[in-house]
Design a protein around this ligand. Sequence first.
Ligand code: HEC
Length: 176
Amino acid sequence: MRRDPQRARLAAGILIGLAGAGVVALAGTLALFHAGIGARPAPSALETIVARRARHLLVPRAMRDMPNPLPRTEEALRAGREHWADHCAICHGNDGRGDTAIVNGTYPRAPDMRLAATQRLTDGELFYIIENGVRFTAMPAWGTGDPSPTSESWNLVHSSATSPSSAPARSRRWSG
Ligand code: HEC
């Protein structure tokens, strides 16, 4: 019987893929046994970078590019701040720093949202995170994901982030 080189290459590719997945699973299991299942350690810098990148790619592009449909009025900012104090500050702190008892015990931690990494997120990305939460983290989903202008999460986007559409207030974030 003649060997089909294409099928042989496919079989080799599958074997290499399976072996690679096995190595990654083994390394992950060993790391888990070494570090334990507890949430106390902070994730490594590499893990944080990879997780943020993956989260960014998993937010649908149309959503990422969506500007905040609510005008940035004093009223919207006030509503956002109140909402923040009621629902978000318990983890993120009033100033967005995230240095709270709850978050210091979660894996991963919440970032200091005053820093560039958060302030660089677009309106749509922030909205998506707030509405849908982030799987495998303590960040809960606060809505249905429906981006209509009536969603209260757009107020939170105004009061919690910087983006091209809200640039004038860039340095006034987290005044609380
Ligand atoms: C129970 C704790 C908890 C509460 C309550 C909470 N968050 Fe979070 N939040 C987190 C954690 C943990 C993360 C980090 C998620 C990750 O690593 O992707 C996060 C991430 C975020 C991010 C992404 C920031 C970034 O740069 O990665 C935004 C935006 C956010 N939260 C907004 C909110 C808002 C708005 C509320 C209130 C409506 C809220 N969160 C309530 C725990 C919480």
